[in-house]
Design a protein around this ligand. Structure first.
Ligand code: BES
Ligand code: ZN
Length: 848
């Protein structure tokens, strides 16, 4: 038995083929009982069956029957050992189980926990009565908390699920119902056998729901389930889902593989959404859209999340990663494809311009020494949670976009379709995808991409004019300004003087030159990394930077490129790789242009320079036929003005807020401006003037729209009074806030930072208990810690956590501390240029 301990993967002498799973949840006692009958194949003779199980109790009498040449023999385990440290159960037989098919039956029971993983309970109100629902969340490795199984993505099997539940409730699973038999107060619901799938995609939901329904042209039934009375709010997501299924069917050249698709809003949910095969679960904020009270940003979030989860139905569910090292294939891909879908459904959103956020956040994390490669080794199941991060999602999506733009959209799509066909109902590794792309394109995809997925970090490409040549030189970019020795194969793109004069090449060595003799005399501008499709930064020499400033002022560049130039320049300055004054002269070019694009203006230091102008342009009320992006920008700008204490905004916000308090349907405070108003109101709150705070709590308590609740939570701690901040932080941990939502309240005001840190320390044991077994705990650390900017604080934080180390927070803590050191260094260098004091103040606000 010892030989099975401490292993990251299960032994392979037996593999599961089919699970017959029966579950009977008790929604009052919050427990469940179950039986699983696993059809398996013994591949090598063995005295042991080893599978995953955790927090389960096994009833006596598990049996294994092995069928052999038409006969069947019964085996009883002589010993059953549950090894919690490895989350496995070892069944020992005193006689070797012979090679062949067998069926293995286990009875078990467990607890419907309230940690939002495994088989758990979520709560809701119905007719004024508090109720429990039972929900599963198995990714990455928590199916084992619901039933004993081979809980690894490569151990695909089919599932026949049966639920025994109170007759008045709805029972849902991955497949359609085949039988629904009532027997007194209980009913037994059986579901069709699924196609082969991984355990992490199995799902069950039991509770009371309303739904809206539609179907695709080829007859797939699509439903959106939500709390009773909210079904209108499901219509937008339903429409997006039906259209997206059609789109992906075309794009992947493979139809959706199940007969139905259900999507359901769960009131307590750790992630944003989960792509369970045929039964996708969501937070309410990511699925429900209310015409009256949701903002443009909420609408976009719903569309993008739905598109993301549906992408997984192909990329992840039909073709599954072989092991968690390849998680990024799932998440990076779904993230990238979701933009493709959203762009096709809502071209007016110009969603690709917002893909820049993905790239920037990827670059931000990957600029740390404490980053990790896209492909990560996994030693223990508890290490998987921490890689659902900006590297897997955002860097992953970014390098896919980079590759697509290098190979061309058509070739890329063709290759993907062929990859999906080749690996359907099976598993794939990163290099399997590269092999297909390489074959279809004839390009050295494997070599190119290995440099991006197997090493951490990314390059900054420095470009300079040398006579009639451009010189390109790559070195690793680190936000700390330190030296790194990574080297990449960089797909460099450039245009010269106009977007039609375009050149590409692969930078395969440290430096290379390019002849530009034909172009030099005309003093043209060069933009490298055209359209920001590459995952790297660019540093221009003074000459080229000057020409670019001119091009910006003359409006020759796209909004995407304008953003990219600014973001790179900002990051280079903060890493002390470029003078601050060159950043400021760049910024003045945007002011001269009178920048109006939301993507560019989201950049905090820039909108600070232009707030007044923008305010006059956008105002408080929506203009007729204004764009989605203008609506989003209005919210951002007003919020920024509120934070800066802009007088007119402040006063107007409070007036409009009063109107809203009297009438929640007043046209004076449309959803896109509410967060701004709430933040403005919180700027006025202090111990002696609590009106704003109390009023927001009143709205919080009265609304049943999650998006409204999270908007409020997001504003409470923005108060400059640290006593109020403390009160708000404590409110986050009260029974009035679902534990999934506390993280929304961590955007604490500058004045409240120290209070937040003290609060984190005081509540650490409680936080660890509530959030320690999932990824939400990391958000507390990064939000509170990474705002600081002195080395003394870093030491203090390190000391606090020295005796509180925990595998679930190790990586995040290191990353957050690295940020503190970077902030410290950055602020020191910024202070040296005193004349620019007020711009600097704002620069420091954005932490690099
Ligand atoms: N597979 C994930 C859900 C997940 C995340 C499970 C972390 C286990 C741990 C899902 O597809 C996902 O990525 N959801 C995102 C939303 C998406 C639009 C980026 C999320 O939860 O934030
Ligand atoms: Zn995902």
């Amino acid at each position: 038995m010892e030989q099975f301990k401490g292993q990251p993967r299960l032994p392979k002498f037996a593999v599961p083929k089919r699970y017959d799973l029966k579950l009977k949840p008790d929604l009052v006692a919050c427990t469940f009982t179950g039986t699983v009958d696993i059809l398996l194949e013994i591949v090598n003779k063995t005295n042991f069956l080893v599978l995953n199980a955790s927090e389960l109790v096994f009833d006596r009498g598990s049996l294994c029957f092995i069928h052999h040449n038409n006969s069947s023999k019964e085996f009883r385990p002589v010993e059953v050992n549950l090894i919690e440290a490895d989350e496995i159960a070892v069944f020992e037989f005193n006689e070797g189980l012979p090679v062949g098919e067998g069926s293995f039956k286990i009875e078990f029971n467990g607890i419907l926990n309230d940690r939002m993983k495994g088989f758990y309970r979520s709560t809701y109100e119905h007719n004024g009565e508090k109720k429990n629902m039972a929900v599963t969340q198995f990714e990455p490795a928590d199916a084992r908390r619901c039933f004993p199984c081979w809980d690894e993505p490569a151990a695909k099997a089919t599932f026949r699920i049966t639920l025994e539940v109170p007759a008045e409730l709805m029972a849902l699973s991955n497949m359609p119902v085949i039988e629904d038999r009532s027997d007194g107060p209980l009913k037994t619901v059986s579901f069709q056998e699924s196609p082969i799938m991984s355990t992490y995609l199995v799902a069950v939901v039991v509770g009371l729901f309303d739904y809206v329904e539609d179907h695709t042209p080829d007859g797939i039934k699509v439903r959106v389930y939500c709390q009773i009375g909210k079904s209108n709010q499901g219509k937008f997501a339903l429409d997006v889902a039906v259209k997206t299924l059609g789109l992906y069917k075309e794009y992947f050249a493979t139809p959706y593989s199940l007969p139905k698709l259900d999507m359901i809003a769960i009131p307590d949910f750790a992630a944003g959404a989960m792509e369970n095969y045929g039964l996708v679960t969501y937070r309410e904020t990511a699925l429900l859209y209310d015409d009256q009270h949701s903002a443009a940003a909420n609408k976009q979030r719903v569309a993008v999340v739905v598109a993301h989860e549906l992408a997984h139905q192909w990329f992840g569910n039909l073709v599954t990663m072989e092991w968690w090292t390849h998680l990024w294939l799932n998440e990076g891909f779904a993230t990238w494809v979701s933009y493709l879908a959203a762009d096709s459904l809502f071209p007016e959103w110009k969603i690709w311009t917002q893909f820049l956020d993905e790239i920037t956040e990827g670059l931000r994390l990957d600029g740390l020494t404490e980053s990790h490669p896209i492909e990560v080794d996994i030693g223990h199941a508890c290490e998987i949670d921490e890689i659902f991060d900006a590297i897997s999602y955002r860097k992953g999506a970014s390098v896919i976009r980079m590759l697509q733009s290098y190979l061309g959209a058509e070739c890329f799509q063709r290759s993907l379709a062929s990859y999906i066909k080749q690996y359907a109902c099976s598993n794939a590794k990163t290099e399997d995808l590269w092999a297909v792309l390489e074959k279809e394109s004839g390009e050295p995809v494997n070599k190119l991409m290995n440099s991006w997925t197997k090493q951490k970090g990314y390059p900054v490409v420095s470009v300079s004019v040398k006579g009639n040549k451009l010189e390109f030189d790559q070195s690793q970019f680190l936000s700390s300004g330190a030296h790194g020795d990574g080297q990449w194969i960089v797909p460099v793109t450039l245009c010269c003087g106009s977007y039609s004069a375009h050149k590409n090449f692969l930078l395969q060595t440290k430096s290379e030159t390019m002849d530009i003799s034909g172009l030099l005399g005309s003093q043209k501008w060069f933009k490298i990394n055209v359209d920001q499709t590459g995952f790297y930064r660019v540093k221009y020499d003074d000459e080229l930077a000057g020409r670019l400033r001119y091009a910006i002022e003359a409006n020759h560049l796209s909004a995407t490129d304008r953003f990219g130039i600014l973001d790179d320049s900002y990051a280079l300055s903060m890493a002390c790789k470029q003078s601050l004054s060159s950043l400021f002269s760049l910024m003045s070019a945007y002011r001269n242009l009178l920048e109006t694009e939301m993507v560019v203006l989201q950049f905090p230091s820039l909108n600070y320079l232009m707030l007044e102008t923008l305010f006059r342009k956008l105002g408080w009320e929506p203009k007729e036929s204004e764009s989605h992006l203008d609506a989003m920008l209005r919210g951002e700008i007003l919020t920024a003005l509120a934070v800066f204490g802009h007088d007119i905004t402040q006063k107007e916000a409070i007036e409009r807020f009063r109107a809203f308090l009297n009438d929640r349907n007043t046209p004076l405070l449309p959803p896109d401006t509410r967060r701004a108003a709430y933040v403005a109101v919180m700027q006025t709150v202090s111990k002696s003037n609590r009106w704003g705070y109390e009023s927001l709590l009143k709205i919080y308590r009265e609304t049943d729209l999650s998006q409204e609740k999270t908007r409020i939570l997001g504003s409470l701690t923005s108060c400059p009074d640290s006593d109020i901040v403390l009160e708000a932080l404590n409110f986050l941990l009260s029974s009035e806030v679902r534990s999934q939502d506390a993280v929304y309240g961590l955007g604490v005001s500058r004045e409240g930072r120290e209070t937040a840190w003290r609060w984190l320390k005081d509540n650490w044991d409680h936080l660890l208990k509530t959030y320690g077994s999932g990824f939400l705990i990391t958000r507390f650390i990064s939000a509170v810690v990474s705002k600081f900017s002195t080395s003394e604080k870093a030491v203090e934080i390190e000391e606090f956590f020295a005796s509180r180390s925990h595998p679930a927070i190790t990586r995040t803590l290191k990353q957050s501390l690295e940020r503190v050191h970077i902030n410290a260094k950055c602020i020191k260098s910024v202070q040296e240029e005193k004349s620019l004091a007020d711009v600097v103040k704002e620069l420091a606000y954005r932490n690099y």
